[in-house]
Design a protein around this ligand. Structure first.
Ligand SMILES: CC(C)(COP(=O)(O)OP(=O)(O)OC[C@H]1O[C@@H](n2cnc3c(N)ncnc32)[C@H](O)[C@@H]1OP(=O)(O)O)[C@@H](O)C(=O)NCCC(=O)NCCS
Length: 366
């Protein structure tokens, strides 16, 4: 998958409303064009061209059968030893239960993991967030891989996988969701990323898992979908102060008023999700997700882990019908902070990222 940050587009360009249909269509068109262009650029992908992934040249080839590109092999044929690395480095498993290791991972990511808006912001995933994101039901510790400098033991690269059951049409596939690929800024462009990816693939196969999914900002061979972030300002003044938004033709008070939120929700029965809601939310979500060709196959344990609120990590709200007490709607968001570079007044920007939602056909959150 390829992602695209529309933060530059988060400012309504007219005073009537957030982006017009035309603006949305234009940005989707331009995104589609970008993807098309990168397919036709004939850019070589020295690493990805050697991997069992769909290649750009295969796009639209209807003769290709649906199903895995490579069939699973007997586990005894999976490479048993870790991949070779340049001599100064060693591969390690990162035990996130250990406070010390979790702090090392946090520090590596905080200093090196994804800058955006001309390097004014960098993700700052909290340790609690990392533990939530990386230890779902049935997770494998061996899929949390670090790269250390042998002599100093400094952690300089990281990659993770977590197991996920994903329904593709009618088949449920167990796959590895890959995330948090990061190489220390000073060691980038030395082909360490491919070694990390290959080592993770090897460990994934050792657990008898043969498929994986990941997201990337670059268009690599070959996305199954693309997506774009749209922003809704919650603290407009701060966002202007730190340079995340621009005022353009607006005055500050117009901008603040435009984004002002009502004091109270207007939806009767809207409340925070609680542990006893897990079975009803699981039913609602499973039912809602049926309409998609590719969707997570959540059971109660997954819903408990991924949706039950955890302070500053994950929040979920639902609508309980005041009459029938049925759970009719769900929305959720996770929280990631960013460090802000170059602002005198603020060092952290908190973002709420829309996550799973679901509703019965006859009910809509207002
Ligand atoms: C992404 C990152 C690990 C790549 O490391 P690097 O040292 O620049 O890249 P390397 O020289 O080791 O390897 C390049 C290969 O890795 C691939 N690669 C780079 N980023 C990738 C990603 N996010 N997912 C999958 N493959 C990726 C490249 O496509 C290239 O392979 P190709 O020639 O077949 O196209 C590094 O730039 C980084 O840590 N960036 C900040 C964090 C980040 O953006 N992580 C990715 C989140 S989507």
């Amino acid at each position: 998958m390829a992602d695209n940050d529309a933060s530059a587009k988060n400012i309504p360009s007219n005073k009537n409303n957030a982006p017009s249909v035309n603006e949305i269509e234009t940005s989707i068109d331009s995104l589609a064009r970008k993807v098309q262009e990168s397919f036709s650029l004939k850019k070589r992908h020295k690493f990805w061209e050697t991997q069992p992934v769909c290649q750009f040249k295969d796009l639209g080839d209807t003769r290709l059968p649906e199903g895995p590109i490579e069939q699973p092999t007997p586990l005894s044929e999976v490479k048993q030893e870790p991949y070779n690395l340049p001599p100064p480095y060693e591969l390690v498993t990162c035990d996130l239960d250990s406070e010390e290791v979790c702090s090392e991972v946090y520090t590596l990511l905080t200093n090196n993991y994804i800058d955006y808006n001309d390097n004014m912001f960098r993700f700052n995933y909290s340790k609690e967030f990392l533990r939530w994101a990386l230890r779902p039901p049935g997770y494998f510790r061996s899929w949390h891989i670090g790269l250390r400098v042998k002599t100093s033991k400094k952690l300089v690269a990281f990659i993770t996988g977590i197991p996920a059951k994903i329904r593709v049409r009618d088949a449920v596939v167990l796959l590895a969701e890959v995330n948090f690929l990061c190489v220390h800024k000073k060691l980038q462009s030395r082909s360490l990323a491919p070694v990390m990816i290959k080592e993770l693939s090897r460990r994934v196969r050792l657990e008898n898992v043969w498929q994986a999914a990941y997201t990337a900002a670059a268009v690599l061979p070959t996305p199954i979908t693309t997506f774009m972030f749209w922003h809704r300002s919650l603290n407009p003044k701060k966002l202007i102060d730190v340079g995340f938004c621009r005022l353009g033709a607006w005055t500050m008070s117009e901008f603040i008023n435009f984004y002002k939120l009502p004091e109270q929700t207007t939806t009767p029965g809207f409340r925070k999700m609680e542990p006893h809601d897990v079975p009803a939310v699981t039913r609602l979500l499973r039912n809602y997700l049926k309409q998609f060709v590719v969707a997570p196959d959540f059971d109660k344990n997954d819903v408990e882990h991924w949706l039950l609120p955890k302070e500053d990590v994950i929040d979920a709200y639902l609508v309980e019908s005041p009459e029938s007490h049925e759970i009719t709607d769900l929305c959720s968001f996770y929280t990631i902070s960013c460090s802000i570079h170059g602002s005198q007044n603020h060092s952290i920007l908190k973002g709420a990222y829309s996550y799973h939602y679901a509703f019965h056909n006859n009910s809509v959150i207002s």
